[in-house]
Every structure is written in C-alpha cells, then in structure tokens.
Design a protein around this ligand. Structure first.
Ligand SMILES: [Zn+2]
Length: 278
C-alpha cells in the first residue's frame, strides 16, 4: 500500500481512538475523577473491555504494543508470562474459562462465570468488572444447577470446566476416608478398592472397586447437618466406563457406612459375608 495512504489511515485511526478515549473518560468515571485519568489508563480499560476481560488476550495485546515500539526483549518477556507455570499463569487461565452470561445486578451489562484453579466459581461483569464468589468445592452441589439456569449453560458445562481444577481432597473427603479406615482398616483389600477418588463436588469420596470381574463405584457423600451420609453404588461398564445406578442408601450414620458398603458388595459383587459377632 502506498505510504501516503497508510499515513492517512493511521492518523484517522488515531483520531478515532482519541475520540473513544474521551468518550470512555466521561462514560466510565464519575465527573470528579474524569480529569485526573490519564489516556493510558482509559485506553487500558477500553482494551480490557474490548477483549472481554480475557487475561490471555490482554497480555497478547500488551506484548504486541511493545513489539510495535521495538521493545523486542520486553515483549518476549511479557509473552513468556503466559507460558511459565507461575501463579500468574493460573490467574490468566482462570480468566479464560468463561461460562454463559447473565445480566449484572450492578450495572446494565452482562456477567459471566469463570472457574479458578482452586475450583472456585466466580462471576465477573464484562462491563463494570464486578466480581463475586459463587461456589467453591465442598459447597452445596445443587447450587450448580441454579448457576447453570441463571447463566444459560448446562450443569455438564460447569462440571467440565471444574474438571481437573482440584486434585487435592477437601477436609471433608479426607475425613470420610479417615473414618472409613477407622471402621475397617482393611477395607481396601477386603473390598477390592482399586482407586479412591476425591470427587469434584468436594464432599463425595468414591471407592472404585473390582471384585469377581465386577467393577462397582461406591460414592460416600457427606451431608453437613446432621452428620449424615448418603451411599450410592454404581455398576461400571468396563469398556465404556459408563456408570449405571445400582443402589442408593440415604441417611446413613458414620458408623454404619462400612456395614452398608460391605452389604452392597456382598449382594452385587459376591464378596464373602463378614463374620458377625453373635
Ligand atoms: Zn456490571
């Protein structure tokens, strides 16, 4: 393209951007703060909004701005922030998982859900930036349904976003395992437990068992008050890993958990009945 055309267009873009910055000044800030705001600050806010608060996009834009100004080393350093496994990276990645939209209560804009690496679901307004914590691992799982409805996504989409975000068991899950092992120190061997999984809801511990060629998952779900559990057993299809509900026992007291698991595995996987003291 001819140099004169490029020059003319560039100066037109600058003029428009200047207008947009001034429009931003009177739109985003209260009158008493407007004059104190620098162009850089307002432009930064516009860029953030334009890129829908996506950390990754903001960093990319930032690095190309540096590149254009010939700060090549600095530009590379900034891009590197996205690759290194630093807390910074996890924050940026968290911001790139946006789920659905709902209207913001603070402004006219719309907000979206994002999932942090720690398994926290936050809502963030894409217009005013208002952030609110919505759900954390271990919170009432039913609330995910409420969030799904409100943000017009499916619960599966939310669960998918949560997947792999937390591999460490919560205190609840650690306690469930501890209690089970107190009741039955040999449960892993006796019940053919191949894997113990801290489930994504933070309050369910899953025993993946295999006995006599039958794979059965047993979920022990903690209900906060009063110290009650629910036990759900599923048949697992060895090929598809699909779970088919087998049995659910509600309102289980802690000291009954081991007996119920034993009974289920006796009935459905043929493990020998335990010696019961007369
Ligand atoms: Zn808002």
């Amino acid at each position: 393209m001819e140099t004169s055309i490029v020059k003319r267009r560039t100066s037109w873009i600058m003029k428009r951007l200047k207008d947009l910055i001034e429009l931003g000044r009177t739109t985003f800030y209260l009158p008493e703060y407007q004059t104190a705001k620098s162009e850089e600050e307002i432009l930064g806010v516009i860029v953030a909004k334009y890129l829908q608060w996506q950390g990754k996009g903001i960093i990319t834009a930032f690095s190309y701005a540096l590149e254009d100004a010939n700060y090549h080393v600095l530009a590379k350093q900034v891009l590197k922030l996205l690759q290194n496994p630093t807390p910074f990276k996890s924050e940026v990645n968290a911001m790139s998982t946006n789920l659905g939209k709902a209207s913001c209560g603070e402004c006219e804009g719309s907000k979206t859900l994002e999932v942090t690496d720690g398994g926290m679901i936050r809502s963030r307004c894409l217009t005013c930036g208002f952030v609110e914590n919505e759900w954390l691992f271990g919170d009432e799982p039913d609330y995910l349904n409420t969030l799904a409805q409100r943000y017009h996504v499916t619960v599966e989409q939310i669960r998918e976003a949560l997947k792999g975000k937390t591999k460490t068991p919560t205190e609840i899950q650690k306690t469930i395992l501890q209690q089970l092992k107190t009741l039955n120190p040999f449960l892993e061997k006796l019940y053919g437990v191949k894997n113990i999984i801290a489930m994504a809801d933070g309050r369910t511990l899953r025993l993946h068992t295999r006995n006599n060629g039958k794979a059965i998952n047993i979920d022990i779900i903690y209900h906060r008050v009063p110290d009650l559990y629910e036990i759900k057993a599923y048949y697992v299809n060895a090929k598809t890993l699909e779970c088919k509900p087998l049995k659910t026992v509600k309102d289980v007291f802690c000291d009954q958990t081991d007996t119920i698991i034993h009974e289920i595995l006796h009935e459905h996987a043929g493990i020998p009945l335990r010696y019961i003291e007369p």
